[in-house]
Design a protein. Structure first.
Length: 160
């Protein structure tokens, strides 16, 4: 199993980040489009790889009995729609407070499909594609959270 861990910082405060992520995934009807431009892998191309994945998640909220836990998050899994030579992923999206902002950390793993051929592909380029996919996904989640928070702030600020 190949392990992945990527983080990103978002201006959305921790108090609204987890519910914002839940709303985002649900608004997409649990299907996320993962896209990786080949340029992000250092290849000179305008082409890219895309795959829709069906996401299931279970939120882990801080409750009154677990106040020592310094994060919230969700366990999540996704499987590629339509099959094909794409791996399924299992992991956790962890949200940590960071000076009024929220750090998003996605960590988990996948097993390359197609046995030894898939493992060889993963060693050469597949793991780079997977890491780029996770980075782009985190950037998309960050943008969605910040857009939602900006809308909330605008709606709750007094009119001048």
């Amino acid at each position: 199993m190949t392990q992945i861990r990527e983080t990103i910082l978002t201006a959305s405060p921790p108090s609204v980040a987890l519910s914002g992520l839940e709303r985002y995934i649900e608004s997409k009807q649990h299907v996320l489009r993962l896209a990786v431009p080949l340029k992000s892998l250092g290849l000179p191309s305008e082409l890219g790889l895309t795959q829709n994945v069906r996401v299931s998640f279970s939120s882990q909220r801080r409750g009154p009995l677990s106040t020592r836990r310094r994060y919230e998050g969700m366990s999540l899994e996704w499987v590629p729609e339509g099959g094909g030579p794409f791996p399924a992923f299992e992991g956790n999206l962890i949200l940590r407070p960071n000076s009024g902002q929220t750090e998003l950390e996605l960590k988990g793993g996948y097993t390359p499909p197609l046995g030894e051929i898939g493992a060889a592909f993963d060693a050469v380029v597949g793991s780079r594609i997977a890491r780029a996919t996770i980075r782009i996904l985190l950037e998309n989640l960050k943008a969605a959270l910040e857009e939602e928070f900006a809308t909330f702030k605008e709606a709750t600020q007094p009119q001048r």
